[in-house]
Design a protein around this ligand. Structure first.
Ligand code: GTP
Ligand code: ZN
Length: 300
């Protein structure tokens, strides 16, 4: 690696105040931000200078988008500059629709397109799980059926065309098969993680960190694995905007009599009419009410 000038790179992993940065030629270097700069996230494009066997991050390029969750007390940024997000759920354990809906709202409000993959479709509960996802299909989301362990080749063939050439963020609750997915799609996942652990001097397993993988040697298809799909706070969203980030509700908002309708009790509400007509799933409308209450809708 050249010792002079500033170079451009991609943050492929964070670890406290250090970041692992991949230069355009693929080499990776442990870097520190200069001064007390705000935190970087995986997917950030940076300019860095080499200094000895480490690097100093001098600048961060403006972010195209940032996927994060905001709880009442803290904000957790997942990754930046994403093309898309894949939410992995499974027939078993039964997924929380609230978690799913929240992740989708966060992505939608950040301008990141999403697809869902339903794993373990070799199990008998598949029909019921598909049924629970019906509202999501109906609102136009792609839902892939996969069986990552039972049918690895078929699952690869299903997912790869969608992933190809994109930077995809993968989110999924524990036990869903995320490790199976990574190992299936990233042939040298262990090596990519091993190299990183070495660079960070951490022997610890890396699943507690957001982690960038390349699926191809040309480094065109990126997969970002992230732990943590528990409570998904959406405090970043202003209550009046919430329905806009739920495509099935958004579709009917234009019919509301009041332009500042909260879709809770107003007369002439297009959303309530659609719920009554069976065009919006009751579970979706219930989640809307729950999240709205949580966002402090009383301020309205
Ligand atoms: N029946 C069935 N089981 C699967 C399939 N894919 C994964 N599993 C099983 O699901 C379990 C969880 O898979 P993992 O890949 O470890 O899941 P994970 O999401 O990484 O789980 P955590 O490590 O808890 O985050 C394992 O016992 C897998 O063997 C599948 O296609 N069919
Ligand atoms: Zn309304």
């Amino acid at each position: 690696m050249s010792q002079t000038g500033s170079r451009s790179g991609l943050v492929v992993r964070g670890h406290g105040r250090h970041y692992l940065v991949e230069a355009d030629d693929g080499t990776r270097l442990l870097c520190h931000p200069r001064g007390k700069k705000s935190a970087l996230v995986v997917g950030d494009q940076v300019r860095f200078a080499v200094s000895g066997d480490e690097g100093v991050i001098e600048a961060v390029e403006p972010r195209r988008n940032l996927l994060y969750r905001q709880d009442v007390w803290k904000t957790k940024s997942f990754a930046a500059n994403l093309d898309q997000m894949l939410v992995l759920v499974a027939v078993e354990p039964v997924f929380s629709e609230s978690q799913l809906a929240r992740a989708l709202i966060a992505a939608e409000s950040a301008g990141i397109r999403t697809a869902i993959a339903l794993n373990k479709t070799d199990l008998p509960g598949t029909a019921a799980a598909r049924e629970r996802l019906a509202p999501y299909r109906a609102m136009g989301l792609t839902v892939f059926d996969v069986a990552l362990k039972a049918d690895p080749a078929g699952s690869r063939a299903t997912l790869l065309p969608w992933l190809n050439g994109q930077r995809s963020f993968v989110l999924g609750p524990s036990g869903t098969g995320k490790s199976t997915l990574i190992n299936l799609l990233v042939p040298d996942a262990q090596a990519q993680v091993g190299e990183i652990s070495e660079a960070l001097n951490s022997g610890r397993h890396t699943t507690t960190h957001t982690q960038w993988y390349w699926l191809d040697s040309e480094r065109q298809t990126g997969l970002i694995d992230s732990p943590g799909f528990q409570e998904f706070g959406l405090q970043q969203i202003a209550p009046p905007d919430l329905a806009r980030w739920m495509p099935d509700l958004r579709e009917h908002m234009g019919h509301c009599k009041f332009h500042n309708c909260s879709h809770q009790h107003e007369p002439g509400c297009g959303v309530i009419a659609a719920v009554e007509a069976g065009q919006i799933a009751p579970s979706r409308y219930r989640l809307y009410g729950e999240i709205l209450a949580e966002l402090g809708a009383k301020r309205w």
